[in-house]
Design a protein around this ligand. Sequence first.
Ligand SMILES: *Cc1c(COP(=O)(O)O)cnc(C)c1O
Length: 238
Amino acid sequence: MALERLATNLNLIRERIKTAAVGAGREPGEVTLVAVTKRTPPEWARELFALNQLEMGENYPQELWTKAETLQDLPEIRWHMIGHIQTNKLKRILPVVRMVHAVDSLKLLAAVADLLPLAPHLTQICLQVNLSEEESKHGWSADSIRAEADQITRLIETQKIPVTGLMTIAGWGTDGATARPTFIKLRRLSEELKARTGLPLRDLSMGMSGDFEAAIAEGATHVRVGSSLFEGLGEAEA
Ligand SMILES: *Cc1c(COP(=O)(O)O)cnc(C)c1O
């Protein structure tokens, strides 16, 4: 029963993504759904894989590497690290991930650069910007990323770090309407930084269960959806 519900939820989210993309005059294929499996049993990720959902996101480093190890018989799963990483966790995270969404300081970026040889599958990195100015969130403010843009660019270019975009989290508990100004800000900031630095910032990782349609309308390339995917499945409901 639970697994039927998972399939229903997944299909509904896929449909909503498609509708939002088409409504914004975009190709649905431009938007990648990252299924956020944090705090759910590995069997659910296995089930998602069976439903052809290959992009999985985890927020906690240790949960990511443990789950990736449990599911190593499914090497096609593409793991996304979507949460804050302490530098001492990088060595175990980098060998596993395809995309890192939340590099949130120059120091962490430099640490990633040093360990790139450990990251054979890593092709996309987003820099996290905290636009809602909530203390509890990591990331550059819009002003601090502007101030450090030249330093960031130099590091990326000299170390060949695959930085491909920006990421943000709208305020917790927002809906599409209240989150939308944040998404607009991230898109504009990305355009500004692209023009100024020449960096290939094509990814915008923004949008979660409560607000992903608004994010897609504003150009999201990656939406990170957890709770609506697992709604009604019981045990791991947040
Ligand atoms: C948990 C989490 C999500 C998913 O949030 P839901 O509201 O459950 O969809 C997305 N992004 C990050 C960074 C998260 O930690």
